[in-house]
Design a binder for this molecule. Structure first.
Ligand code: X2X
Length: 346
């Protein structure tokens, strides 16, 4: 009798469990909070990308997926070149990250750092929104992280505290802070400068103390951080490189979500990416480039190169381009060159 009752209880419990919807069951395994890594926080476009994504996901999942932002790559003590490994290992649940910072682990992402490969925004879009972008997502997936959407850090312009840069000769001997991929050290060495590699966390005090003369980053960062206050009085818009951002999720975290929630997270990333790219280009795509005027009004000399002047930088960095073409994969780079040549002319 006692056995029968126990059996009945077990059967009833199993029935109750089965009545529990699949969603609810999976939800039991959801974390109370997911950690999103970013290098730059709001109010930069990069920080906005993370915030828009997190807000959309929270709203559309009715709070089932709750994301906290960790700007300054604080989950890995500011060491941005370790972000991809940390994502793979689950130290970080999700991220909006730059192709530059993940290039040490995914060498194909160096593509966007190839000097003077992408002459304009249409060229950048031809890569991220085309077959090259799809292939790079496959590569990232194979490397163990789930990619969902593209965003943008932006065209990286050179700034310094010494004098206007119009030719490679103007860079001679200048101490320039560069980011984590060795490609950047090669580019600045080829231009006659003295590159020193450091994280963004270390770059800011180095600029303030004058330990380095210059740096390269998208111009919104110049205005957000008021870089003229740390002696950066010269800006040259040479458009040599642009780094996209990629919205990603750790693989185990991704598989722990229901297909419905995966679809929501992905769509939110696509929507956030689209919105953020508009924010990242603001002030630079309008004919009169108001962002350059803002910077000039801070007492900064803004130099826009003529095509001939720009050509000198292209020429000087060509050996670096050729060297890295084979390191990245000549096939991929050739496909990128073709996609750019075929881009719609605006
Ligand atoms: O470190 C940089 O220069 C930054 C903020 O642009 C990146 O993380 C690539």
């Amino acid at each position: 009798m006692k056995f029968r009752r126990t059996l009945l209880t077990v059967v009833a419990a199993a029935a109750a469990l089965a009545a529990f919807s699949g969603t609810a069951l999976a939800q039991a395994a959801y974390k109370a909070e997911y950690k999103m890594s970013l290098v730059l926080g709001p109010p930069t476009p990069w920080g906005q990308a993370g915030k828009i994504w997190a807000d959309l996901v929270k709203e559309r999942t009715q709070g089932r997926i709750n994301i906290k932002l960790y700007p300054g790559v604080s989950l890995i003590q500011g060491d941005q070149t370790r972000e991809f490994s940390a994502l793979r290992q689950g130290v970080i649940d999700m991220a909006v990250g730059s192709t530059i910072n993940w290039s040490p682990q995914v060498k194909q992402l160096n593509l966007f750092s190839m000097p003077f490969l992408m002459p304009d925004y249409a060229a950048l879009d031809a890569l991220t929104q085309g077959d090259v972008g799809k292939d790079l997502f496959k590569t990232i997936e194979k490397a163990g992280v789930v990619p969902l959407a593209w965003g943008e850090n932006g065209y990286r312009e050179i700034t310094n505290s010494k004098h206007a840069i119009k030719s490679p000769a103007d860079l001679k001997g200048m101490k320039i802070r560069v980011v984590g991929s060795p490609l950047f050290a090669d580019v600045f060495t080829a231009l006659g400068a003295n590159p020193t590699q450091m994280s963004w966390a270390d770059a800011q005090p180095a600029l303030a103390s004058g330990a380095v003369d210059g740096q390269e980053n998208p111009l919104f960062l110049f205005t957000v951080l008021k870089m003229h206050n740390v002696g950066q009085k010269f800006v040259t818009t040479w458009g040599y490189v642009a780094d996209p951002l990629i919205f990603v999720v750790n693989k185990e975290i991704w598989s722990s979500w229901t297909p419905a929630d995966q679809a929501i997270v992905k769509q939110a990333a696509l929507d956030a990416g689209q919105q953020e790219i508009v924010i990242a280009r603001k002030g630079l795509v309008e004919a009169d480039k108001p962002l350059l005027k803002d910077i000039a009004s801070m007492g900064v000399t803004v130099t826009q190169l003529t095509p001939a002047e720009r050509g000198e930088f292209v020429k000087a960095t060509r050996p670096v381009y050729d060297k890295w073409k084979s390191q990245i994969g000549a096939d991929l780079v050739t496909r990128a060159e073709k996609a750019i040549a075929a881009r719609p002319v605006k």
